[in-house]
Design a protein around this ligand. Structure first.
Ligand code: GTP
Ligand code: MG
Length: 370
């Protein structure tokens, strides 16, 4: 059953904790401010103090999240989200740098990507594309998995001078698990030892049959260094996204996925969120995983402050009460009380789950030691 610490209850009602303790005593309950009371007792106290009871349940949480069911006529085309994946050093960031005309690789420690980069690109043909760059190093499996889960298309980068490697295979498996279509970018074809056909043959062993091998997966030969094949890659992406007919409703409360989040010394908790539906605006109230907040500022991938972020836009969100977890879902709510209640409800549910798991282990240990 639900329960709450006395001081917390007083806090939430904005009443003095001493008064709450006194009330409890009058009801025959001898508790200190640090003790827990059950939900029914709390409800009595809340009414006693003239407040209204607002208990959150799983069903309420579900309701907030699925509040708006989009009608077909409300849906509008949205940009594709493309996640770049592949083995370490196969040239993922370089490829994105070439597409974006940027120099991210040059600024990376040891030339190794250690987080998910999120960027929006407008191509020469006017197409808007959202890209996620993932790390290839073996240690970052969960980031790759997350990248595959929030994307529409995976671009699998394989270096032609190195062929299929362990994290190439891992990326293929993430894309398959997430049921996301793949495009193979055979990179570094400028290198003397490049053997793109070896890449194609290697991929057969992992049930990736590219077009040149009479399969259905688009394959493009590229060089991030001299720019060869980049237009072909963008064309392949355009073709694939056309097939997907991607749509969203920009005119609704925003929903998004946390790509990454950290506690910034100067700015407080900051989350990079990929908006999946609706439009997030400055001043919006939201719940995100076990945290909640009010959008204080939105910052795009170029470091500029923006007023709103629509479907498929990656954006930094400021104004959180705490740091959410990567992978958490953000939902805009109508009131701050609702956002806080859902966040607290989730936080408590997670705590209970951890406590239950902890108790189980202790019991097991006791049995083992007996
Ligand atoms: P991680 O993020 O650490 O997994 O690496 P990455 O896949 O992002 O590779 P990155 O773009 O950092 O490139 C690794 C190295 O390969 C760098 O030294 C690049 O200059 C080089 N490189 C990338 N693409 C090409 C290419 O097309 N041709 C040649 N010759 N070198 C390339
Ligand atoms: Mg990289």
């Amino acid at each position: 059953p639900e329960a709450i610490v006395v001081s917390e209850l007083a806090n939430r009602m904005a009443e003095r904790v001493g008064d709450v303790v006194k009330s409890l005593m009058q009801m025959g309950m001898m508790v200190t401010q640090n003790q827990t009371i059950d939900a029914d007792t709390a409800e009595l106290i809340i009414e006693e103090f003239g407040h209204t009871v607002n208990r959150v349940s799983d069903a309420d949480v579900e309701q907030v999240i699925n509040e708006v069911q989009d009608k077909a006529e409300d849906l509008q085309p949205r940009p594709p989200v493309i996640t770049i994946m592949g083995h370490v050093d196969h040239g993922k960031t370089s490829l994105l740098d070439a597409i974006r005309n940027a120099k991210v690789v040059a600024g990376e420690a040891g030339g190794i990507t250690q987080h998910i980069g999120a960027y929006q690109v407008v191509t020469d043909t006017g197409a808007v594309l959202s890209f996620l760059d993932t790390p290839g190093h073996a240690a970052f499996t969960s980031m790759r998995s997350r990248g595959a889960q929030v994307t529409d298309i995976v671009v699998l980068v394989v270096a032609a001078d190195d062929a299929v490697m362990p994290q190439t295979v891992e990326a293929i498996n993430h894309a398959k698990a997430a049921k996301v279509p793949m495009i193979v970018a055979i990179n570094k074809i400028d290198k003397p030892g490049a053997n793109p056909d070896k890449v194609r043959t290697d991929l057969l062993q992992h049930e990736v049959i590219v077009e040149k091998m009479s399969g259905e997966v688009q394959d493009v030969e590229v060089s991030a260094i001299n720019g060869d094949g980049l237009d072909d890659l963008l064309e392949a992406i355009a073709l694939q996204s056309e097939l997907l007919e991607l749509k969203a409703n920009p005119n609704r409360a925003a929903q998004g996925a946390v790509i990454e989040a950290q506690l910034d010394v100067g700015r407080g908790p900051v989350a990079t969120v990929l908006i999946q539906n609706g439009t997030l605006r400055q001043g919006d109230i939201f719940v995100v995983g076990e945290q909640y907040g009010k959008v204080r500022a939105l910052i795009n991938d170029k470091g500029e402050r923006i007023k709103e972020a629509g479907p498929s836009v990656p954006v930094e969100v400021l104004g959180l009460n705490g740091t959410p977890e990567a992978g958490d879902v953000l939902n805009v709510t109508s009131t701050e009380a609702q956002a806080r209640e859902i966040a607290e409800y989730r936080s408590k549910a997670a705590k209970d789950k951890r406590a239950a798991a902890g108790a189980a282990t202790t019991l097991e240990q006791l049995m083992a030691n007996a």
